[in-house]
Design a protein around this ligand. Structure first.
Ligand code: FES
Ligand SMILES: [Fe+2]
Length: 344
């Protein structure tokens, strides 16, 4: 049994990360390769030649087809053989590499893991700020050597900001504000509302004003493995509420964790924002800054994964700060069980 949900879409890459040159990436334990056809649509194929299993990503592109680097078997973008290694051999159309359903949305290329006939784009997680009018979105990628669920725990628990990110977004008030959590179907929401506090340096600069602010952090977990965090500040006299807080500056931290193996994942991170959306310099500076913040998490989470492996006789414990991650894990486990019962 895997630790991830099947019959679900996972982010395979940022859209710009897939070109006409094959890219190898293991998704949910399956070695895949991705490339764009001449019409720019994306092909996802198992990264193993049907002949002797050399990775097809080492092959040579010929138009929309790929020729294996070892003995020259040529496969079309549907994975089906087009030419045999010996050119005079009749083409056996039963020779074929597995292909996967892909779909582009919210600046990402998504790949379907599970039964291909169930791949419905309507099931792609609704990361609406990544494509909404009045918002801009950019971000980056890290390979992280830990179970993807440790990153979900991390993102659904923002008390760690105080310690891990003390120089940028952390502030002691985070530890003092009450925490609320609610499960809505397959979603978990966890939030803090900090009223009348001093904005930390980043948010003070974004707001462009001195004075006390309301600050919020609203984390939302979405199956199979995304977290969006609604963050921002508004002047304390602007009347911002949990339901309506567009009075100040607002961002949506967007995180998609795609399992690679049981102990590693692909981490796609970014921020959508509704302020200064045409300021490309701000976007670039913020991306660099956010990359620095998430690099701090990478160090912590990879060390945590190692400690878990080195202490197999111990179990992690959950405190009140962990309720968001605990509930997200329960929803993941429930979805895994439901898929298994369907298949049984
Ligand atoms: S391994 Fe690919 S053609 Fe032989
Ligand atoms: Fe963090």
């Amino acid at each position: 049994m895997t630790s991830w949900v099947e019959n679900a879409w996972y982010v395979a890459s940022w859209d710009a990360g897939i070109t006409s040159t094959p890219k190898a990436r293991t998704i949910c334990g399956i070695p895949m390769m991705f490339y764009r056809k001449l019409d720019r649509s994306v092909v996802a194929m198992r990264d193993a030649c049907p002949h002797r299993m050399l990775p097809l990503s080492m092959g040579i592109k010929e138009g929309d087809s790929i020729r294996c680097k070892y003995h020259g078997l040529k496969l079309g973008p549907d994975g089906v053989a087009e030419e045999m290694p010996l050119r005079n051999d009749p083409v056996n159309k039963r020779i074929c590499a597995e292909t996967f359903a892909v779909h582009e949305r919210h600046r990402f290329v998504w790949v379907w893991i599970g039964d291909k006939d169930k791949a419905d784009p309507a099931l792609i997680p609704d990361l609406w700020p990544c494509s909404a009018d009045g918002w801009t979105f950019d971000g980056g990628y890290y390979h992280i050597a830990c179970d993807y669920r440790l990153m979900i725990d991390n993102l659904m628990d923002l008390t760690h900001e105080t310690h891990v990110h003390s120089s940028s977004i952390g502030q002691p008030e985070i530890m003092e504000a009450p925490l609320e959590c609610e499960v809505k179907g397959d979603k978990v929401e966890l939030w803090r509302w900090m009223s009348g506090i001093d904005a930390p340096p980043f948010w003070r600069e974004a707001l462009g004003k001195e004075g006390p602010v309301d600050r919020w952090q609203i984390c939302q977990f979405l199956l199979p493995s995304s977290v969006m965090i609604d963050v921002g500040v508004a002047p304390v006299d602007a009347g911002a509420t949990l339901a309506n807080h567009d009075q100040g500056v607002r961002g949506m931290v967007v995180d998609c964790m795609t399992p690679e193996t049981e102990t590693s994942h692909h981490y796609f991170w970014g921020m959508a924002r509704n302020f200064d959306i045409n300021d490309v310099g701000f976007t670039a500076r913020f991306k660099a800054q956010q990359g620095g913040v998430f690099a701090e998490d990478k160090v912590i989470l990879e060390a945590q994964q190692q400690a878990i492996e080195q202490n197999p006789d111990l179990k992690m414990n959950s405190y009140s700060i962990d309720q968001g991650g605990v509930r997200a894990r329960q929803i993941i486990a429930r979805a895994i069980r439901a898929k298994e019962e369907q298949g049984a």
